[in-house]
Design a protein. Structure first.
Length: 272
């Protein structure tokens, strides 16, 4: 699933290409009946047509297109979705679920193998993203804020990091990587972390997210950027999907367990 680094990479790719462009025509495949939320697909296409894109921002794992007239077009890619900028919409194949023709002749093409992605067209973005927690790379999210969030939770720290209502944008990949970088075992109760451990985890979260953004995201399976290209961070992970392989720091085989129903990877020697 695209997480914060992947969605931010797509945002940075698309913003200079679509800023100031008008959406002349929209189409949603009848084979994607759950893609558009709150509105019938035909009404969604009618209302978005003619709108100009004034900005592209991100909230957690959501893309937000700011349209004239105060509308927000919100996109969540879920597990296998991608939003790509192309000069033609005809080459996207069987998994093309929606297209948006821009006034410069280019297209935004929404491609989704498993049809799990969602789109909204709303006057108030908080209808969709209002319950998300703080941004982990935001200036207001410091070690003290992280400690305050974790101290309220008896759940494993891995599960706490995945809770989008606590912290927005961290998913399975970067929770595992941050906990390894901080040398914290994923099953530790969140509220058991000391002040020093929380400070270390805060720094590790920022470190792994920024590194992944620098490598344009992780393409383990479906993720591609705004031009349909794979990211490169999957070549740099320390524990995620490295089950049985030696830890880069101590040589102990990486283990995989389940935490909160999610596959979780860690080094039993380095992470206490």
């Amino acid at each position: 699933m695209p997480e914060l680094p992947e969605v931010e990479t797509i945002r940075l790719d698309l913003r200079p290409l679509v800023l100031g462009r008008a959406i002349e025509e929209a189409w949603v495949s009848p084979n994607a009946p759950k893609l558009v939320q709150l509105l019938p697909p035909a009404e969604f296409c009618r209302v978005i047509a003619g709108r100009r894109i004034e900005d592209v921002t991100r909230r957690g794992k959501y893309l937000l297109f700011h349209l004239n007239g105060g509308l927000r077009w919100v996109v969540h890619l879920r597990m296998t979705g991608s939003l790509q900028h192309h000069r033609s919409a005809s080459a996207q194949g069987a998994h093309l679920r929606a297209t948006f023709r821009l006034d410069d002749g280019a297209w935004l093409c929404y491609v989704d193998t498993r049809k799990l992605g969602m789109m909204w067209l709303v006057d108030d973005e908080s209808v969709v993203v209002g319950k998300l927690g703080p941004e982990p790379l935001g200036e207001g999210f410091g070690p003290q804020e992280l400690r305050r969030l974790l101290q309220r939770r008896s759940a494993p720290v891995k599960a706490a990091l995945l809770d989008q209502g606590a912290i927005a944008g961290i998913g399975n990949i970067y929770a595992d990587e941050a906990l390894f970088a901080a040398k914290i075992r994923p099953k530790r109760a969140a509220r058991s972390l000391t002040k020093a451990e929380t400070e270390r985890l805060h720094g590790a979260i920022r470190q792994v997210l920024l590194e992944a953004m620098g490598n344009r995201g992780s393409s383990f399976r479906d993720y591609v950027d705004g031009a349909g290209r794979e990211g490169g961070h999957q070549l740099h992970v320390r524990v995620f999907r490295r089950t049985g392989q030696p830890c880069y720091e101590c040589g102990t085989p990486v283990r995989r367990i389940k935490v909160g129903g999610r596959s979780t990877h860690f080094c039993p020697t380095c992470q206490k």
